[in-house]
Design a protein around this ligand. Sequence first.
Ligand code: PEP
Length: 250
Amino acid sequence: MRTAVVAANWKMNKDLNEAEILVKSLIEGYSPSGTEVYIAPPFVHLYAVNKWINESGMRLAAQNMNAAESGAHTGEISSSMLKSVGASTVILGHSERRDIYSESDGLINEKVKSALAAGMQIIFCFGEQLGERKASAHFDVVKAQLSEGLSGVSADQMSEVILAYEPVWAIGTGETASPEQAQEMHAFIRDYLRNQFSDAVAERTRILYGGSVKPSNAAELFSKPDIDGGLIGGASLQADDFLAIVKAAS
Ligand code: PEP
């Protein structure tokens, strides 16, 4: 039995005051269950959010990191910096990093290897563009992103990897993959893990769905056998909505 995961990706939203209001509302309404809940605020709020969620049962995640350990990388953040403020989980490969900041599969793979070597847990994101789905290339695209992004990762290291399938056409658009479309892809991903690693890795790896998950569609998505929770963008910015999604996964 896999433990469900629901992760909030705040992206570039909330100033410090707004972040405090949101976290306090989350803590007020949150009753820990078996589900793992992660909050991924912007870098500058990690330290404060870590203090606020302390003892709440919620966990901290970062939205990105640099593959290098330190040095001349102006504006960048390393794994040791993240760990020093309480974030030992990091989102890598998000489609906005791939599309807006031109992160290639190769660069994402460097970050994956660096984060794992530093003892971090990863939420590894991938998913096809609308044109790729329309051209029926979505399975090939996802397979290539997994193969290149996770290149060099061992079966043992996969215990620190959570996968997040996020069809790009469903992110922030209000358009959700149907539960059947999502399940079909998640089953494909689990088969890929079985072939590439082992039955054990396929069975234990959590595969999240992301893309316009809301309180109204979360329960149906999470009821599918290969969907182990969600990565939540827009709906994570409202405490009530996010808590309703967490409840749907529990
Ligand atoms: C995301 O940013 O990972 C995401 C899934 O966003 P949204 O829920 O807004 O589609």
